[in-house]
Write a protein that binds this ligand. Sequence first.
Ligand code: AHG
Ligand code: MN
Ligand code: MN
Length: 355
Amino acid sequence: MADFDKLAAPVGTTLDRFIMMRQQDFLYATGELSQLLRDIALATKIVNREINRAGLINISGTYGAINVQGEEQQKMDVIANIRFIRALKNGGETCVIASEENDTIIDTEKYQGRYVVAIDPLDGSSNIDVNVSVGTIFSIYRRMSPINTPGTIEDFMQGGTQQVAAGYIIFGSSTMFVYTTGHGVNGFTYEHSLGEFFLSHPNMKIKDAGKIYSINEGLAMEMTEGVKAYLDYCKETDKETYRPYSCRYIGSLVADFHRNLLKGGIYIYPATKKLKTGKLRLLYEAFPLSFIIEQAGGKASDGINRMLEIKPTTLHQRTPLYIGSKTMVEKAEEMLRIHEAVKTSPQPLSKVERG
Ligand code: AHG
Ligand code: MN
Ligand code: MN
């Protein structure tokens, strides 16, 4: 294949063809990762159909169960979870799955599978009933456990830098499949009548600075001084930095993230008084989106540390999340440093020291 083709697949290339073309980016590629991505894309088409029918056939609404996070589980959560797990089991490349909807790891019994997948099968699920965008987020690692044995929880504790692929699907006004294998980010839009994803957003990049901040500001009183100071900063007027910013918050992480990726912006879910380590989950929300944002030229952290370098210790670990345009994330981190340092300083800083 010509180098040109490898670097720049034309808009309109199908997802299947694109995945095949990109397989050659990896030395000794066996095609298993490519097949795994295609399995996820297939499950996506099925879930997409279910989501589109949700209002019609009365499958939306609360299922009546509480999931492991202590949240109400929506019926579509269950359906999406079943569909993705089934596709990954049938595919045979995945030995073990971690899902938001399952307390413990899911043994696929495909012990020859060389990959492990962490997944949020339906993100923003409470938005289903009000016809607002929802999504799926996934993260893929090479297994650490020996081949031909069951996968283990340690397979998920490798850290975000070890991801071999990550992606999300947004079920919005269009359905899109966006993913990275560490060679840039590419977005594909679903053409319903053909049942195919087509490359529509090649080599996605996020602006260094944008005009949007996304946060559940209703919780402001629950947030730390640093976050509150950053929220004030967002509202100040300064032409050079496009302030005041616009506040946009859908309440589906995938949808907020996707908009900010396309337009430039920052998404924050900070630690709060009630949720001391934040709300979002490290393995199947923060890590995959952080891999994607870095590949798109943006930045992600927990307010202090680079997100991808955080060492996971539990399957459903939560983390604060600051993600989006590079300079915006840096500014938020700076505010946390200044204001939280002042707060914990034993001697109040003098005016001169504060500058
Ligand atoms: P999920 O539906 O997978 O549980 O995720 C919901 C998450 C995320 O999508 C969203 O950004 C966040 O919860 C919203 O939380 P608040 O309602 O606290 O703002
Ligand atoms: Mn979620
Ligand atoms: Mn979910």
